[in-house]
Design a protein around this ligand. Structure first.
Ligand SMILES: Nc1ncnc2c1ncn2[C@@H]1O[C@H](COP(=O)(O)OP(=O)(O)OP(=O)(O)O)[C@@H](O)[C@H]1O
Ligand SMILES: [Mg+2]
Length: 220
């Protein structure tokens, strides 16, 4: 069994896929076999799930889609609602099995969560239960915008309550208008119990290779 990380975000749309792909490239640059996993995705465009396609395209080993993405739903709604509408129950044991297969095929598995850390997955369980079932250190992608300090600190607290480690966090530049960006980053450096792995500036043109170079994964 190799390394694995659970990538969560302060919210949906904060840069988890972008950072997960950058992490895959950064591990590949160390000569590792790195595979992405998106256990649950909700929201398709013309039959395509963007996150899943991107993670598959960026992984440097090929893995069965059923293991990379055990659960996919069309409507862009919370996974527990999408699953209920589809008449499916999201089962963490299925995801655990898929993870174990991927882990046996690679050196590192990057697991991108859905939405934020406490997103409901079924009637009882949330993304935190999934991260705990996989027993993975967590990487928090902070979408740098007004309100992110509260969201980041709440998420860090939830990670701690789940009994998991914050392996690091990434400052993800999703708002080009954000005021006091560096002061916000400094605030989180001071208050989060895990290292800043890198700052990804807002840049619509940035490719994965470039964002991978911005991450320092030596502590991972
Ligand atoms: N550094 C950046 N500069 C500019 N745009 C960015 C940056 N990072 C992410 N984005 C854009 O922000 C949007 C959300 O990013 P991304 O899809 O990585 O978020 P996510 O957290 O994975 O979302 P989801 O919750 O849907 O999985 C995308 O359109 C992406 O292209
Ligand atoms: Mg995503």
């Amino acid at each position: 069994m190799g390394q694995g990380y659970f990538v969560t975000g302060t919210d949906t749309g904060t840069g988890k896929t972008t950072v997960s792909c950058a992490l895959l490239r950064a591990f590949a640059a160390q000569g590792k076999k790195a595979v992405g996993m998106k256990p649950v995705v909700a929201g398709s465009e013309n039959g395509h799930w963007h996150d899943v396609e991107q993670l598959i395209a960026t992984s440097n080993i090929s893995a069965a889609r059923a293991h990379v993405n055990p659960y996919a739903f069309d409507p862009p709604v919370s996974p527990h609602i999408a699953a209920q509408q589809a008449g499916v129950e999201i089962d963490l044991a299925v995801i655990q099995h898929a993870y174990q297969v991927l882990s046996s095929q690679s050196d590192v598995v990057i697991v991108e969560g859905a939405g934020g850390f406490l997103v409901p997955l079924n009637a009882q369980q949330t993304g935190a239960d999934l991260a705990r079932a996989l027993n993975l250190p967590v990487i928090l992608v902070v979408g740098m915008r007004l309100g992110c300090l509260n969201h980041a600190l709440l998420t860090a607290q939830a990670i701690k309550i789940a009994g998991l480690t914050l392996a690091g966090w990434v400052a993800s530049g999703i708002d080009p208008q954000m005021l006091a960006l560096e002061e916000n980053i400094a605030t989180l450096e001071q208050r989060l119990d895990g290292p800043l792995l890198g700052k990804v500036p807002f840049d619509l043109e940035m490719d994965i290779q470039e964002s991978a170079r911005l991450l320092d994964i030596v502590t991972l």
